[in-house]
Design a protein around this ligand. Structure first.
Ligand SMILES: Nc1ncnc2c1ncn2[C@@H]1O[C@H](COP(=O)(O)OP(=O)(O)O)[C@@H](O)[C@H]1O
Ligand SMILES: [Mg+2]
Length: 644
């Protein structure tokens, strides 16, 4: 500042001050010249403008008395004293003060002694207003802190790479936690060393693509954490420049849980649509099989014991029954089924089933029962639960195999489910409460994870002869009974299926006595209500064969017309549940209105659990599941007529 103003030849001291004054005035920064007593000798225009003061308020005043005494700062006093006493100077002394009229300002002070003859005591004080740059600096600091915080607290992983080398220069805490690594472990590493792109090649390709287009996005990259935990992440990366330096930012979002839920939803939707399909097919099959089995058993009954056609017919019936079994599995898988819900004793059911299954088990395979007595009942459809038990026991026996042999153990018991227990099952899979537990354990070949993931899919089988419907049906049955199901299996060691079914409120009721099989004939008028002509016709021939008189009605309304006329003569109504015009439920209600004591045997191959729940306690004397054989129908009719 002074260098520029230095004249070619030194002026005389007398003019010197005026000369200095004129230079000082042209300088854009505020300047003042102080006397030895630290009084203002002169100040420049910029000073007056900056501090909004007049020469009268300023000149001859001691610097410490200027304004509101804003320069009266101990440190400044010392510095100025040192200039006077030791001929020092100072630079960049920062003053941050409230100034009258102009508010809070940051000022940078430079001072030095002016020396020439006669003016040895003058001090030149240059002042620089740095309020604005300081404010910007400060704003930048605040913004830096703010964005740091965003980075530090983000619930997404953030990774900063050097745009040229691709090496990691920063990672946020969330990412470190996700990966289970420390900052130091990853700093300076390459992207692929995070285990993100599987290998170097892929990672380099991704890096190249990013360099070319400035942006890449992957919706699901596998990522392995240090612990070995596998995650799926969404990866978005873009390139930007900071002061000509290329920086790459990558955002990594953990989508493992979201993907899992999506997968589950897809699976549920698949189940639903398969269920609708299976249910529809099964419904039609049931009607066809009712006719096939009914007629075949009728013919068989009419053949003489020595007839050569007997065995062929028996084969036909066996095949029909196998088809009916498959249909039943499909119906169960679909979550449909003829439901008569009553308290069922699970231990009793296992005992009954075991007698049936034992006969067909290979010799090497034992069935051991470990059943708890006096179990609380399960609100369930007993035929479906039987089906469930049977499917699990057969699978266990098959896993043991004829050669190796071994034991299938069936256990029943009570299981209290609390919040802690839920952990073993998927969350929300099971509500807290009291459950009856059924475990079927084998020491067979077990399953690997891949198999285990698919076993409940309909038609999934690893067996040569299997059909893959057993466990699909089991899962459907558990679902409609609001239970839960869990599989524990180790390849080569064995498998345990654990089923939980909600316990009924009251103590288990004994089921009505078994139907006497011997003499199934009877008499009297039966009203058969069914919209399927084939089913109706079959029922009619079966019932005639067993000695009954039969009247047919092809829908509920017609049935009511008939019943109104001859209610006192009808011994029993065989009522189909699903019919057009008037469904079984409404028909039953109307029949009861006409004659409160009417005996109704419900028949169906297909219905929602809720719908039939409505029937319990509404005067049904029984239920027969389609398809049925002649003997089954006759048996049910007899039992229904004999019931009080
Ligand atoms: N107890 C078990 N031990 C080992 N694997 C089993 C067991 N139960 C079921 N599985 C597996 O699940 C598959 C599906 O079973 P399932 O639905 O009953 O059909 P299927 O028995 O007709 O094959 C079987 O093929 C088998 O691979
Ligand atoms: Mg099976």
């Amino acid at each position: 500042m002074f260098g520029r103003a230095q004249p070619a030849h030194s002026p005389q001291p007398a003019d010197a001050f005026a000369y200095l004054e004129s230079i000082v005035d042209t300088v854009r920064e505020p300047l003042i010249v102080l006397s030895k007593q630290l009084r203002v000798k002169t100040a420049n225009r910029s000073f007056y403008r900056t501090f909004q003061v007049t020469p009268a308020q300023t000149e001859t005043c001691c610097i410490y008395d200027l304004g509101n005494g804003q320069w009266n700062i101990p440190r400044l006093r010392t510095l100025l004293d040192e200039i006077l006493s030791q001929n020092k100077s100072f630079e960049s002394f920062e003053v941050d003060q409230e100034f009258p009229g102009i508010g809070r300002k940051s000022m940078l002070l430079n001072a030095r002694r002016l020396r020439w003859e006669g003016h040895t005591g003058l001090i030149l004080l240059a002042i620089e207003d740095i309020t604005e740059p300081r404010r910007k600096e400060n704003e930048l600091k605040v913004s830096e802190v703010r964005y740091r915080r965003l980075f530090e607290t983000a619930q997404d992983g953030i990774l900063i790479l050097d745009g040229e080398t691709g090496k990691i220069i920063d990672l946020n805490p969330f990412l470190l936690e996700l990966l289970g690594c420390t900052h130091a472990e990853l700093l300076g590493k390459e992207l692929w060393q995070l285990g993100l792109f599987g290998d170097i090649d892929l990672s380099q390709k991704a890096f190249q693509k990013l360099q070319d287009s400035g942006y890449i996005r992957y919706d699901d990259l596998p990522l392995e954490a240090k612990s070995g935990k596998r995650l799926e992440v969404e990866f978005v990366s873009n390139v930007y420049h900071v002061n000509h330096t290329k920086v790459i930012q990558c955002n990594i979002r953990d989508v493992t849980e979201r993907k899992r839920i999506e997968e589950k939803l897809r699976y549920t939707q698949k189940l639903e649509s398969l269920g609708v399909l299976a249910g529809g097919v099964a419904h039609d099959f049931n009607n066809l099989l009712t006719s096939i089995l009914g007629n075949a058993s009728l013919v068989l009954g009419e053949l003489s014991p020595s007839s050569p056609h007997r065995s062929k017919l028996e084969n036909l019936i066996t095949a029909g029954q196998r088809a009916a079994d498959l249909t039943r599995q499909l119906v169960a898988y679909a979550g449909k089924g003829p439901f008569i819900v009553a308290p069922v004793d699970l231990s009793d059911l296992v005992r009954q089933i075991s007698n049936l299954v034992r006969a067909s088990m290979p010799k090497n395979v034992q069935l051991r029962l470990d059943l708890q007595d006096n179990l609380p009942g399960v609100q369930a459809d007993s035929s479906q639960i039987q089906q469930l038990i049977m499917n699990l026991i057969i699978n266990g026996a098959e896993a043991l195999g004829e050669e190796q042999g071994g034991t299938v153990v069936v256990t029943t018991g009570v299981q209290q489910v609390d919040d802690h227990f839920q952990d073993a099952f998927a969350p929300k899979e099971i509500l807290p409460g009291k459950y009856i537990c059924l475990e079927v354990h084998d020491t067979g070949y077990g399953m690997d994870e891949e198999t285990k993931a698919k076993i409940f899919d309909p038609f999934f089988t690893t067996k040569f002869t299997g059909r893959g419907l057993g466990l699909a049906a089991v899962s459907g049955i558990v679902r409609v009974h609001r239970g839960a199901l869990k599989v524990y299996s180790t390849p080569g060691k064995g498998t345990t299926f654990k089923v939980l079914l909600p316990a009924a409120e009251e103590k288990s009721l004994k089921e009505a006595g078994a139907i006497p099989q011997k003499d199934l004939t009877g008499s009297g008028l039966i009203l058969v209500v069914d919209d399927e002509e084939m089913v109706g016709r079959t029922a009619k021939s079966v019932l005639r064969r067993y000695g009954y008189t039969v009247l047919m009605a092809e829908n509920g309304r017609l049935a009511l017309d008939v019943f109104r006329e001859i209610a006192d003569q009808v011994r029993l109504v065989l009522l189909d549940l699903n019919m057009p015009v008037m469904g079984g439920e409404e028909t039953l209600r109307q029949l009861k209105l006409i004659h409160a004591d009417v005996r109704v045997l419900l028949s169906s191959g297909y219905n929602e659990m809720e719908a039939v729940r409505l029937f319990t306690g509404k005067g049904l004397v029984g239920f027969i599941q389609k398809p049925y054989t002649a003997a089954q129908l006759a048996g049910k009719i007899r039992a229904a007529l004999e019931a009080a």
